[in-house]
Design a protein around this ligand. Structure first.
Ligand SMILES: Cc1ncc(CO)c(N)n1
Length: 232
């Protein structure tokens, strides 16, 4: 897996690389969803895109308190004080992201008020809230944070590849998550998650793997909801 940032730990193969292999089918469904491929192919239904934009604004508003909870756990539980800066940098970008959503929605004629979260969005935000509980360990929440960001990074960078036919009016959206800086942020999150997993007990590794799988499922449902292939 050249270029994938795979590292061999002293005690055996890297944990995350092992999961990526084990859950590759689900990972593919989350990162190469038909909705994303329709953006890449230039055939995207714009009403689906607008639905995604509105719903994702609501999601990001729910995501901010989750990231804050990861920051709080980092400050209390991390063995490496630089984790805080990485997470804080992510939070700062989210501040800017919320205003980007409002500007982008305005361009599409969407008011972004009183948006009713659809079922898949409610489920996802509920999962995030469950991870905010103090009993959930830092390592598990870091894995979830890394997975959530990485699915978007991989998905939208596909739409920027050579040969993609992404409509010009969607390029800014794709660049938001597909750019090299965001890729670097995801790589940093992966390094933190991997470091924590390698020092974690088996029980924590199990919980973290379950969180990884759950994120992939929720991402697939979120894309399904956006493309209109799921009820409400
Ligand atoms: C559903 C979803 N997953 C991940 C991200 C990345 O921040 C997002 N904005 N929305």
């Amino acid at each position: 897996m050249a270029g994938e940032g795979t590292v061999e730990a002293a005690g055996g193969p890297a944990v995350i690389a092992g999961w990526m292999d084990k859950h590759r089918e689900m990972y593919r469904r989350a990162t190469k969803h038909p909705f994303v491929l329709s953006i890449r192919g230039g055939t995207v239904d714009l009403s689906s895109f607008k639905r995604w934009l509105e719903q994702d604004y609501v999601f990001v508003r729910g995501f901010v308190p989750f990231v804050a909870s990861v920051l709080l756990k980092a400050s209390r539980e991390s063995d490496d004080e630089t984790d805080m800066e990485t997470i804080l940098g992510g939070m700062a970008s989210l501040y800017e992201e919320l205003s980007w959503f409002r500007t982008e929605a305005f361009k599409w004629g969407l008011p972004l008020v009183d948006i009713i979260p659809r079922r898949a969005n409610q489920d996802y935000c509920g999962f995030l809230r469950s991870l905010e509980e103090p009993e959930v360990d830092y390592t598990t929440t870091m894995v979830a944070l890394w997975a959530i960001e990485t699915v978007y990074q991989e998905s939208f960078s596909l739409c920027l590849e050579d040969g993609s036919k992404t409509p010009p009016e969607l390029m800014e959206t794709c660049q938001r998550w597909g750019n090299a800086g965001f890729r670097g942020y995801c790589d940093s999150l992966r390094r933190i998650a991997e470091r924590r997993l390698e020092m974690a007990q088996a029980g924590i590794q199990k919980n973290a793997e379950a969180a990884f799988e759950r994120v992939l499922e929720l991402e697939v449902s979120f894309w399904d909801m956006s493309s209109g292939s799921s009820p409400l």
